[in-house]
Design a protein around this ligand. Structure first.
Ligand code: NAP
Length: 233
């Protein structure tokens, strides 16, 4: 979408909403990785200016352009909005290099996608997100296995969904991308970290005097808070 680079330039496409007939499809493809030199995206040395810059394009830009285009989209019979996060934004998959500005920006874009889908759930505007996979473009220094045509396929599928198609989802060519939990990820997830049970925790810490004091305090608190029926909610 040309004109997304500066907030003021959003008014250029916005102005065309007065004259143009309608917009059938909006694909919010623009995205940047952000600087990575000097530990700029190492979480322990994170450059917050890089975070701001990346969010400005990858998230705020999408919101600006989408809201500017919505009047035109609403005039279409079957309007579709496609956002382009990345599997790197999935808390379950946690793929790719450590990039503490880029990856969270894509997590947030998924969340924003869900918010739009909910807000527009009673309209004909269908909003989803797609990941192109690891594609040979400027973005990757043209050093990735997928072609731009392969990368574009998911955007085209989501842009041409039928009227009863899914809303607010995150997909790639293999299907649903698991975002937060392993549920429904069809074997593509990393094993979920399992929490030890209270008994296991107690067993592991009972040799520590500090821990046993803490357990005593916790047990006293439970006694005080325990309601008359004895059930802890
Ligand atoms: N390539 C991958 O492996 C991969 C993987 C997962 C997700 N993605 C996502 O897929 C999308 C497309 O990636 P790509 O590989 O095609 O990247 P790309 O080759 O770097 O192209 C990005 C495009 O976004 C435009 N752009 C960047 N900032 C902009 C801004 N503020 N306003 C308007 N346009 C802007 C660029 O315009 P200029 O050329 O004028 O700068 C360029 O046309 C991105 O959102 C990316 O995060 C890519």
């Amino acid at each position: 979408m040309p004109g997304a680079r500066r907030p003021s330039s959003v008014y250029v496409p916005q102005a065309s909403t007065q004259t143009a007939g309608r917009l059938d499809v909006l694909i919010n493809n623009a995205g940047i990785s952000g600087r990575t030199d000097d530990g700029a995206q190492d979480p322990t040395t994170l450059d917050l200016n890089v975070v701001r810059t990346v969010l400005d394009t990858n998230v705020f830009g999408v919101i600006r352009v989408t809201n500017a285009m919505l009047p035109l989209l609403r005039r279409a019979d079957s309007p579709r909005i496609v956002n382009m996060p990345s599997n790197m934004g999935s808390l379950t998959l946690q793929t790719g290099p450590i990039m503490a500005a880029y990856a969270p920006s894509k997590s947030m874009l998924n969340s924003v996608t869900a918010q739009y889908a909910r807000r527009l759930s009673d309209t004909n505007v269908i909003v989803n997100a797609g990941c192109p996979g690891y594609v040979a473009t400027d973005f990757t220094g043209f050093n990735a296995p997928r072609t731009p045509e392969q990368g574009a396929a998911i955007a085209i599928r989501l842009a041409t969904l039928p009227d009863d198609g899914p809303r607010g989802g995150f997909f790639d060519d293999e299907g649903v991308v698991p975002l937060v939990t392993p549920d429904g990820c069809e074997g593509r997830c990393q094993p979920a970290p399992s929490l030890p049970s209270v008994t296991e925790l107690r067993h592991a810490t009972e040799s520590s005097p500090l821990a046993s004091t803490s357990w005593n305090v916790a047990e006293q608190a439970i006694q005080i808070l325990r309601p008359p029926d004895g059930r802890i909610r």
